[in-house]
Design a protein around this ligand. Sequence first.
Ligand SMILES: [Zn+2]
Length: 63
Amino acid sequence: MTIDPVCKMTVEPQNAAAKAEHQGVTYYFCCDHCRKEFTARPEKYLGKSQGGEHSGHSHGHHH
Ligand SMILES: [Zn+2]
């Protein structure tokens, strides 16, 4: 079992309606719509920078 990174639904790979490969990793989706959303903006759904949309000021720790 895996997670559709777009809508966070659980998806069984053998039942997945769609899949896409990104940087050597295969992702499974509940529907082709989610696949298209993912392939358009994979970085948005992979959450590399969680809550980082507004992180322009957040580096620069003052110790
Ligand atoms: Zn989905």
